[in-house]
Design a binder for this molecule. Structure first.
Ligand code: FE2
Length: 753
């Protein structure tokens, strides 16, 4: 049974309808499509300012190879139609808008990582019946191939030499970053070879496409020409907060599967480990003796035992965070240009840093690396393939209740001194350690900006996502928070927030203790509802010594996007500003999507040091029924270079009309948001779905040649797996070995071509 989002005719919410156009997406690749430019909110054709130049990039998921067709739009896909696939899931589609002499042109391209190529080959070829990929919540996995790297989240420009053009990376939380050619939009290479990325968990390790967790927003230091990112390890119990509580009450389980690394340690927990270590060796010796007899039973015993050990190991494996630094081929260093420097991060008491949610975003300042446990939790139930029937849907609902919890109300912040990172550039497979200092910022943070200059303290700007959980998407079994059967919920979309958000800026004293380490400035406005996304001048293009003006889009509140599950999940929110019933009512009444301008004043106040003051001098409220996202600042060509001298672009979704299909790019004067859009870019070939992040480049050029070889990258993994399946006592595995070998030979040929 499939679930279909309600038709617009059947929906009868009290507040403005959420635009259905966001649920449709095209995977067609187009080039040099000319936009029709409309004047303001009128239907009058016009030309763009000459000050609009360069290239706007927007990235977002565009469904999967097996996504269903949209019943209302036969040329488009409706990836969330099944009722459980979230809008986040999909292969990345890059949208590039070129501004040239008053006109704008669209080019689109699917981000075709090696796993995407594998997905396409097995989808179209009946010779690989066991290797197909399928959507598993927010991920796309194959039982024998692993996790597809869906490059759909962020764009990060890098430049290792100021005299060369920008290069461009696509990055995600789950997978390696990849470089694309900004001209052709083709994938150029992954950043870091497979051997340098560890799978998030042993359960996800034995695949050609390992599930590696990283940072969706890596940080590039344009002064020192260094890219920083993260490789994250999580135990299964770390994905399952409830399970972790249970495991803590089972004596010995956390240690049963792992032979001790440090024999002779004073740690009292080492004693059972040492016993286990000895038992393991006795058992292994016995199994190896059996294997030497060539017995099928012995092989089966070993396979089964290894699976058990792997499972137990995976459930409570050590969580870890590794800081990775890439200095590109131009760094002049010796060795492989795709290799990283790496450090395992520990806390001041020596314990490994553990992340409870994600490291969605990180920043390098002049002297520090700043990491935040971001308010975008990924729980195991979001990676599992349920809901193939109504009965299993009930099981999934139960599993969500057990496995899911609310996001952290207090945000852990981790600060590393860059002086502590040893300088020599070398490939180091055994990471050194570096110590992070932990602070806590009250309230949740999903996205934030940290200024590069830090002489007066680390300056951080954000909008707190208060009881606003971007990881909670609506499922087919969810019920409206309002108990009204005539108010449908729109499966796949992010849920409403359950409190109003606060705009916040902080001066952090990296040497301070407790609350004294933080100097906050918080404001809010009536429009601060829904998930926030930011833009500011030069974001991601050069080090922003300080940020004086930012722009935030708020998603607003929508009657059709609040489930009783999320309403209940945040009913006892720690930092509540608006009462629970008032928050529910606010969403029921509808809160308009809003684009606002935040100005940051600062002054040095004697012994008090740097102090910040926030104001919101300008804002634009989108018309009812309009949803806005993906804000981007574009500097005005030949302008004065000021922080508001430019344009803000947004993707805007609305109900399709007779003359449009409900998807446009709106362009604002960044200094005059409240005047409304200056222009709207319209094209029936702008068929994007849910996008978030963007970037802008003043010019584009293809990157220099590289020496990346997909065969060298994957073959060590593939040949090991093929051999393992060939030697398996399960006859079905011999077919898997044959298919794997043939598939990767085909992939290598494809990349060579
Ligand atoms: Fe993000």
């Amino acid at each position: 049974m499939t679930f279909t989002a309600p038709d617009t005719d059947q929906a009868s919410p009290r507040s403005p309808r959420f635009p259905r156009s966001i649920f449709s997406v095209s995977r067609a690749e187009v080039d040099h499509v000319s936009f029709v430019v409309k004047q303001g909110l009128t239907d009058q054709d016009t030309m763009l300012d000459a000050g609009l130049a360069g290239y706007l990039f927007i990235l977002g998921p565009a469904g999967s190879l097996d996504s269903p067709w949209d019943p209302h739009h036969p040329c488009l896909l409706h990836p969330t139609q099944d009722g459980y696939t979230p809008l986040y899931n999909g292969d990345g589609m890059v949208y590039r808008i070129q501004f040239d002499q008053g006109r704008a042109y669209l080019k689109t391209k699917l981000a075709q990582s090696a796993s995407y190529i594998a997905d396409e080959i097995v989808h179209n070829n009946p010779n690989y019946p066991n290797l197909n990929f399928a959507n598993f919540g927010i991920a796309r996995n194959s039982i024998y191939l692993g996790a597809s790297t869906q490059l759909s989240v962020t764009l990060t420009p890098v430049r290792f030499d100021d005299n060369t053009p920008y290069r461009l990376l696509l990055s995600v939380d789950m997978g390696r970053p990849h470089e694309i050619d900004p001209v052709t939009l083709e994938i150029v290479q992954p950043i870091g070879l497979n051997r340098e990325w560890q799978a998030v968990n042993p359960l996800f390790a034995n695949f050609p496409f390992q599930l590696a967790m990283s940072c969706a927003h890596p940080s590039f230091d344009f002064e020192r020409k260094e890219l920083y990112t993260i490789n994250l390890g999580r135990s299964i119990s770390g994905f399952l907060p409830t399970l972790r509580q249970v495991l803590r009450h089972i004596p010995g389980l956390p240690h049963i599967a792992k032979p001790p690394a440090a024999v002779g340690s004073a740690d009292p927990l080492q004693a059972p480990k040492q016993v286990w270590h000895q038992l393991w060796h006795w058992f292994s010796d016995g199994v190896e003796s059996l294997i030497r007899t060539g017995s099928d039973q012995a092989q089966a015993t070993q396979d089964t035992w290894q699976s058990i050990v792997q499972l137990i190991d995976a459930i409570d494996d050590d969580d870890y965070v590794e800081l990775l630094r890439w200095r590109g081929a131009e760094s002049g260093g010796e060795g492989d240009p795709l290799c990283f420097d790496r450090w395992k991060i520990v806390l001041e008491d020596g314990r490994p840093l553990q992340i409870k949610q994600t490291l969605h975003q990180m920043w390098a300042t002049k002297h520090f690396i700043v990491l935040i446990d971001t308010a975008f939790k990924i729980s195991l139930e979001e990676l599992l393939p349920f809901e193939q029937s109504e009965m299993i849907g009930e099981v999934e609902e139960l599993f969500r209740d057990l496995a899911d919890n609310s996001q952290l109300a207090d945000t852990p912040v981790y600060i590393i001194r860059r002086d502590d990172l040893e300088a020599p550039w070398q490939s180091n497979p055994q990471p050194r350690t570096v110590t992070a200092r932990q602070l806590t910022i009250p309230r949740e943070i999903a996205h934030y900006v940290v200024e590069y200059e830090d002489k007066d303290g680390i300056v951080l700007h954000t909008v707190h996502s208060c009881a606003t959980d971007a990881a909670e998407t609506i499922r087919h079994f969810d019920r409206s928070a309002f108990g009204d059967p005539n108010t449908p919920l729109l499966a796949g979309m992010l849920c409403d927030g359950m409190d109003i958000n606060w705009i916040g800026s902080y001066v952090i004293n990296p040497n301070g203790e407790g609350e004294a380490a933080l100097k906050p400035c918080l404001i809010k406005q009536d429009y601060c509802w829904g998930d926030p996304v930011y833009a500011y001048r030069n974001m991601t293009l050069e080090p922003s010594a300080q940020v004086d003006d930012m722009y935030w889009v708020f998603f607003g509140g929508w009657e059709e996007l609040l489930s009783d599950y999320v309403s209940d999940l945040y009913s006892d929110y720690k930092y509540r500003t608006v009462g629970v019933e008032a928050a529910r009512q606010a969403n029921r009444d509808g809160q308009a999507a809003t684009l606002c301008h935040v100005h940051i004043d600062r002054h040095l106040n004697g012994d008090q040091g740097l102090e910040l003051k926030l104001s919101t001098p300008d804002a634009y409220t989108f018309p009812p029924g309009h949803f806005a996202n993906s804000p981007q600042f574009i500097p005005r060509q030949d302008g004065d270079g000021g922080p508001t001298d430019g344009y803000i672009t947004c993707l805007v979704f609305s109900a399709p009309g007779e003359a449009d299909h409900g998807k446009e790019i709106w362009i604002f004067d960044a200094a005059h948001l409240s005047q409304g859009p200056k222009y709207r870019l319209c094209s029936d070939q702008l068929n994007c779905g849910f996008t978030i992040h963007t970037t802008w480049l003043p010019e584009i050029a293809s990157p220099p040649p590289n020496h990346y070889s997909v065969r060298d990258d994957f073959e060590p993994l593939v040949s090991t797996l093929v051999e393992r399946y060939q030697q398996s006592w399960l006859s079905g595995h011999h077919h898997i070995a044959t298919q794997l070998r043939a598939l990767f030979d085909q992939i290598y040929q494809r990349f060579q071509a």
